[in-house]
Design a protein around this ligand. Structure first.
Ligand SMILES: [Zn+2]
Length: 406
């Protein structure tokens, strides 16, 4: 099967290369925003949305025009990729997977992508990569790149530049090892397995929250764009990046541990996105318990459940296993012993006690056992020929190729 994998390294650019990369990222942002504004304008005038080809034509006009001649200094392919990104943002919106595309702001996800492997040269021996209009860039070579280069993304985060090299290679289809397991995701315990083991939450955000708030307050007191403001801003960014690193590390360790030891992992099909957007409600339908819910939502987002599930999905595919998402109905209220369903079974958040047969266990473990059962039932359906969609939110092609970021 084909395995897609991304390898990410920190770049060590020269001053001139840094300026160039900032310019290219800025040009891509400009093109994205200009194209988005154009599409909005067309919509308001009742015109049809331009397709990718139509946008590319516009781009050529902008590059050759008198208003924005500096656009032609940036490499053409990354600019076109930006238009592709906008197209994807629109189709995600129409498929209800995402909100309406938003204008990009400077410093938010600054990046650009080179799609053509023929224009990219990778010299691993000398730890350098060649990119059009940037030349040879040195990078911190922490591990070998495996497979053939498909595309390269350059991005900036907290003042550092990174290169992400997407590759493809043929690997043997692995034979899965281990049993099936159900997972109950929670706030008090990040993940509880049906065999009783559990992973405590990291809550890196919570731990750093006070420091972050103080840093943000300090920043707001400074004169905007002054030197002290810049220093305070750098501090806020540093805390953000530390939180992000700790969380990524935690999620990867946990998802690796679970996927290595199990052939089938069942998980509740929680609509993390819905949970996080619905709390505040809207003007016609204001949300109830906004404060309590946003607290829960914050922990959910903080812990990165969605990212966790994405990682489980591709890591299981790499080891030959399956991720099965099951509907979350009654998993916390059903007795695994006698099958009695009642809200009374769960008197407290932590304890499960069946009012019918007296079965008693940790509530999260009970949830995980029920998830595993539901997963087995769903898996049996699939084997008997019924159609089962892949775990929601992830897309896996028939070849077993899975997208991931190392
Ligand atoms: Zn019971």
């Amino acid at each position: 099967m084909q395995r897609l994998q991304a390898f990410k390294y920190e770049l060590m650019p020269t001053g001139e290369q840094q300026r160039q990369m900032r310019r290219f990222a800025g040009s891509c942002r400009f093109v994205f925003n200009k194209a988005l504004a154009l599409q909005k304008e067309r919509y308001e005038q009742g015109e049809k949305k331009l397709g990718y080809a139509g946008l590319c034509k516009e781009l050529t006009a902008w590059r050759n025009g008198a208003e924005t001649p500096w656009l032609s200094d940036a490499p053409i392919h990354p600019l076109q990729q930006t238009l592709k990104d906008l197209e994807r943002a629109y189709s995600n919106f129409f498929a209800k997977r995402a909100d309406f595309p938003r204008f990009k702001k400077k410093g938010q996800g600054d990046s650009f992508r080179y799609p053509d492997p023929k224009q990219i040269k990778l010299d691993q021996v000398n730890s350098r990569v060649f990119l059009p209009k940037l030349g040879w860039l040195r990078y911190r070579n922490s591990r070998d790149v495996l497979g053939a280069v498909k595309n390269v993304t350059v991005s900036q985060s907290c003042g550092k530049w990174f290169v992400s090299i997407q590759t493809a290679r043929e690997v043997e289809r692995p034979i899965p090892t281990g049993d099936a397991v159900g997972i109950d995701m929670g706030v008090a315990r990040f993940a509880t397995l049906s065999d009783g083991t559990f992973f405590a939450p990291l809550n890196s955000f919570k731990r750093h929250q006070d420091r972050l708030r103080k840093a943000q307050q300090a920043m707001s007191r400074k004169q905007k764009f002054s030197n002290n403001w810049k220093k305070a801003k750098a501090r806020v960014q540093r805390i953000h990046s530390r939180i992000g690193n700790a969380r990524r590390d935690f999620l990867h360790k946990t998802s690796t541990a679970i996927s290595q030891n199990h052939a089938m992992v069942c998980i509740e099909d929680l609509q993390v996105r819905n949970m996080s957007t619905s709390a505040a409600g809207n003007t016609e339908k204001p949300g109830r318990n906004v404060r309590a819910k946003s607290g829960l939502n914050k922990s959910i987002l903080d812990q990165g459940w969605f990212e966790f599930r994405r990682q489980l999905d591709y890591k299981l595919a790499w080891s030959g296993g399956w991720l099965v998402a099951v509907p979350p109905q009654y998993t916390s209220r059903t007795c695994p012993c006698c099958g009695h369903v009642s809200a009374d079974n769960r008197q407290t958040q932590a304890q499960f006690l069946c009012v019918e047969c007296g079965f008693e266990d940790n509530a999260d473990v009970v949830g995980a056992i029920n998830v595993l059962r539901a997963g087995h039932a769903r898996f049996a359906c699939e084997v008997s020929g019924a159609v089962m969609p892949p775990a929601a939110g992830t897309h896996r092609s028939d070849s077993g190729a899975v997208q991931c970021h190392a």
